[in-house]
Design a protein around this ligand. Sequence first.
Ligand code: SF4
Ligand code: SF4
Length: 229
Amino acid sequence: MTKTTKALLVLEEIHPLIQAKTMPLKTIIRQAKAACVQCQRCTDLCPRYLLGHRIEPHKIMRSLNYAKGEADVLKMTFFCSECGACEQIACPMFLSPRMINGRIKRELIQNGIKPNTSTRMPTAHSMREHRRIPTKRLKIRLGLIRYDRLAPLADLKYQPQVVRIPLSQHIGKPSTPTVELGQIVEKGMLIAQIPENSLGANIHASISGTVVEISKHIVIDSGKKGGNQ
Ligand code: SF4
Ligand code: SF4
């Protein structure tokens, strides 16, 4: 949990979303090569394509079998936001252009390949307004409709003995620690600050205790001598 965590959704292991998420990429690529019927529905519903960006996921899927390595097609993946509309709503064959795009995009970045830059403002597709995905339909397709109900908050007291606070949990540079190993801190005290001339965020102790680790995290243990909540 970081300050940018909006919500957590806990699903059963057998839920289709978990099954899809845990499917090995090798299997996903094999299925894509064998079952893509080039219907173009993934492109027709792709929000980035509809905004006018240079992405046509059906062509990327086709490139898995044909036109391998065609640079312009592979670079389309840079425009994919990995929203999942293609896999969850569009594809009649239950394929995942999203995961394939993500994989190709990361490989291009690792190999130092950058997206083509253009000063041209994208022009939205004329059908964009008619191809929006209704939220209710999305919940049904994702198998989430039964979780869409009131969830009253329980007033629980939770007092962890140890907290691990990441120094990077925001936009910008990681924060710079202002505390030392072994230092006793009070709840609410500044423990890391924005690096000079940078974008970042200050971080404060969420419990009182002793600083027992400073790495990519600051770990505070309230059970160590001197700590109390
Ligand atoms: S919607 Fe599915 S089957 Fe149709 S082109 Fe896209 S990936 Fe292929
Ligand atoms: S995951 Fe990528 S390709 Fe698929 S609909 Fe979203 S932006 Fe388009």
